[in-house]
Design a protein around this ligand. Structure first.
Ligand SMILES: [Zn+2]
Length: 761
């Protein structure tokens, strides 16, 4: 009896603990994915292993069916990837999909946060729901190839036979820590229904969690011009299915080797798991409707506010009407005849100098510190520095304006500002009406500043006028944009860097130009606090700003540039090209290094000695000395290419059928075979996926699991043309025993093999 009683008491609590999302269990799954299996780029054997692991977990969870849906081509390359699927049948055929992506961004990226964590949450949720009986059929999915352009989810959405029964899709892409978590219900041109976004906010706060965010400005920009950064929920929104993604802070070091288990905070697993669990329960018995929507979404406190498109259009209309009225009144007050010419051009020059100063502020600190990207781990402080430099630029230009005077007539400036802002509004609206909101907002505030006769109101309006437009660029994802653009994962040469910066400075000059014109217009419109202005323009104004800047630089100087989250990247490349007259493959006599940061302090060690790189260089070559083991390449070729060819001549056309058999000693990371003809468009076909760019046809394999590749191709040569076949095989390692090291530095090792052949008629 006692025993029975105990059992009676224990059973419900046992069931309870069995059915609740367990952070520890999810964390154990993540450990397997990110440490045991490791980096899982699309097409890699590791990705396959992870998919199999997920299927095994789905089976153990009590899913009725678990399987891998394989796919062998992405939109750009041939591959071997797939989707792990676990189906838990419910009382009805209505389906709720819970997904994450199992691939990582590269062969050096463990992808703990992005998105081992999401996949771990999916597997753990499968365990939680595996024991329950549900109304809806639950489909758990771990997608491959997300990082290469949502390949897995797109394939799944296009091929899943019950796709029409899917009522809801919930994606977890990054579940790291308890800080910011973004809710994303958008894709290009459409958004999740408001009931779904509202439910996400309600469930999230009901659970007592904090920091749910909808990054309004980042998403407006991200989804304005087609596909930006996003996740697998987009593939379902594109099919008209209500879908939502939860992603923790993208400003964390995702897509870098620092996205590892050590840098991961597992508390996010619990939070994302709990929220998705509650949403699945909430919509288990059905969803209100399946209509997707369009809106500009802004969150005030804990409440999402949905602004429909007609409201934005009305707002733009009001801005235009205000502008017309302000325009007419300003025109009435204009000075006739015009006093000083070229004011518009001068203002543009002033804007350019201000932008230039703000832009190069970090480079100035970089030069002093000996770094190209001194802001890597202290980005917000460098934004503050850029702002101070901008203020210094304003002061300088006000001084210059004493020598290069500007018109006294407000109309001169307002006319230009309003026309340009109207143009920007129309241009932005052409891409997306949500985008038009930003210049229209600036236009409205500027026009109100011109119309207002009250000094305080005038100042408030004009000070607020740039905010929306600046916020659009310096949005919630600015850290991600800066890090991935300049130093996170990509390596840009010095000249490319110079060009990109030049283009960006010109872009910002044009972007800010109507706003600085607006300031000039309002200043000239009288009633401005001229005493304050005169004080700022004085020598003392410059001294104060300069002192602030110097203090800031002195403060920034000793602060660390690279941290446990942000590393320098160095790519080490070894190249092989076959000798002209023999089949022996030889390596060029050096190994080359390229970096986004100076190579100073990099040590290369090998059997017969070390090389220490010094100085502010971004590329270098390490010469190979005789005695370095160069021969094993010849003994067992790195890559061996055999071809079987047949050709048929008819008139002046030659039809080639060629099968290329490519064998490599170890598994390549990527392979590309390109066919180019000197003449016109090449008549080309292959059962493998290929892309066309100008007259070139390129077959690509992205991290495939085999070491033998058989490629049948067919093409036609017209007249005396010839066709060149260029093979490039990339390995994510060096064939030469060499070791590189420097603190807080990632080394990406690549061996590249080239070969080419010319086919003649
Ligand atoms: Zn991701």
């Amino acid at each position: 009896m006692k025993k029975f009683y105990l059992l009676f008491v224990l059973t419900p609590s046992l069931i309870l603990s069995q059915t609740e999302f367990s952070q520890e269990k999810a964390n154990d799954l993540l450990k397997v994915l990110s440490i045991e299996i490791g980096p899982r780029p699309m097409g890699s054997p590791a990705e396959q292993k992870a998919l199999q692991f997920a299927v095994r977990k789905f089976k153990e969870s009590g899913c009725d069916t678990s399987y891998i849906v394989p796919f062998d081509r992405s939109s750009r390359a041939n591959t071997t990837s797939g989707i792990a699927v676990g189906v838990k049948r419910g009382a009805t055929k209505r389906i709720i999909i819970v997904g994450g992506h199992i691939d990582s961004a590269g062969p050096e990226v463990p992808g703990a946060d992005d998105d081992g964590s999401g996949s771990a949450v999916v597997m753990e949720l499968a365990r939680v729901f595996g024991k329950r009986s549900m109304q809806s059929t639950l489909v758990f999915t771990c997608f491959g190839g997300e990082e290469q352009g949502l390949e897995g989810s797109r394939y799944f959405a296009n091929h899943f036979e019950n796709i029409d029964s899917v009522a809801l899709m919930l994606q977890i892409d990054m579940a790291n820590g308890l800080e910011i978590i973004d809710v994303d219900g958008d894709t290009y041109g459409r958004s999740a229904p408001p009931w779904l976004v509202r439910a996400a906010f309600e469930e999230f706060y009901r659970l007592g969690y904090e920091h749910l965010r909808y990054p309004t400005h980042a998403f407006v920009l991200n989804y304005a011009f087609g596909r930006g950064a996003g996740s697998d929920h987009e593939s379902f929104l594109d099919k008209g299915i209500p879908a939502l993604d939860f992603s923790t802070d993208v400003n964390k070091p995702i897509h870098t080797p620092q996205d590892n288990f050590g840098n991961f905070d597992p508390r996010g697993l619990q939070r994302s798991g709990d929220v998705v669990l509650n949403l699945v329960e909430r919509f288990d018995s059905g969803v209100p409707d399946k209509e997707l929507s369009n809106y500009w979404l802004y969150v005030i406190g804990k409440n999402p506010i949905f602004v429909p498109y007609w409201t934005i259009k009305m707002f733009v209309g009001i801005a235009f009407i205000c502008t017309i009225v302000a325009f007419i009144t300003a025109r009435k007050r204009r000075l006739v005849p015009r006093d000083i010419r070229w004011s518009g051009i001068r203002m543009m020059l002033f804007t350019f100098v201000i932008v230039l100063l703000a832009w190069i502020s970090s480079d100035i600190v970089g030069v002093i510190k000996g770094f190209r990207y001194p802001w890597m781990s202290e980005l917000p402080l460098y934004f503050l520095l850029a702002f101070l430099f901008g203020v210094l630029g304003v002061w300088l230009m006000l001084r210059v304006a004493l020598k290069l005077p500007l018109s006294r007539c407000p109309y001169v400036f307002y006319k230009r500002a309003s026309i340009i802002l109207i143009l920007y509004t129309l241009l932005f609206a052409w891409a997306s009406i949500k985008l038009a909101l930003y210049p229209a907002g600036s236009l409205l505030l500027l026009s109100l500043a011109m119309l207002s006769r009250n000094t305080v109101a005038k100042i408030i309006f004009i000070l607020l006028s740039p905010l929306l437009m600046v916020r659009l660029i310096f949005n919630e994802w600015i850290g991600f944009i800066f890090h991935s653009g300049s130093g996170g994962a990509t390596i840009i040469s010095f000249s490319q860097n110079l060009m990109i910066n030049g283009v960006l400075i010109l872009f910002f000059t044009l972007y800010m130009y109507p706003l600085t014109l607006g300031f000039a217009a309002v200043y000239r419109d009288g009633n401005s606090p001229r005493a304050l202005f005169a004080a700022f323009r004085s020598r003392w104004g410059g001294i104060v700003v300069s002192a602030l800047i110097i203090t800031m630089i002195v403060y920034l100087y000793p602060r660390e540039v690279y941290s446990n989250l942000w590393y320098r990247n160095v790519t080490v490349e070894e190249t092989y090209e076959p000798e002209q007259d023999s089949s022996r493959q030889t390596r060029k006599s050096s190994v080359s290094l390229r970096s986004n940061e100076y190579l100073d302090g990099v040590r290369a060690s090998r059997e017969n000695g070390d090389t220490l790189l010094t100085g502010r260089i971004t590329d270098a070559r390490i010469p190979l000395i005789t005695g370095d083991s160069t021969t094993h390449g010849a003994l067992s070729p790195l890559v061996r290419i055999d071809r079987t060819e047949t050709l048929i001549k008819t008139g002046d056309t030659t039809d080639y059928k060629s099968t290329i058999i490519l064998q490599s000693r170890t598994r390549p990371y990527s392979v590309s075979i390109m066919y180019t003809s000197k003449g016109k468009e090449l008549n080309f076909s292959s059962e493998k996926m290929f892309s066309t760019a100008r007259s070139a046809k390129t077959l690509r394999w992205y991290s495939f699991p085999d070491t033998v590749l058989t490629v049948p191709v067919q093409f036609q040569i017209v007249g005396s043309d010839s066709v060149r076949e260029s093979v490039e095989v990339v390995f994510s390692m060096l064939t030469h025993p060499m070791h590189f090291d420097r603190e807080k530095t990632n080394f990406f090792l690549r061996t590249i093999f080239y070969e080419s052949k010319v086919y003649r008629p």
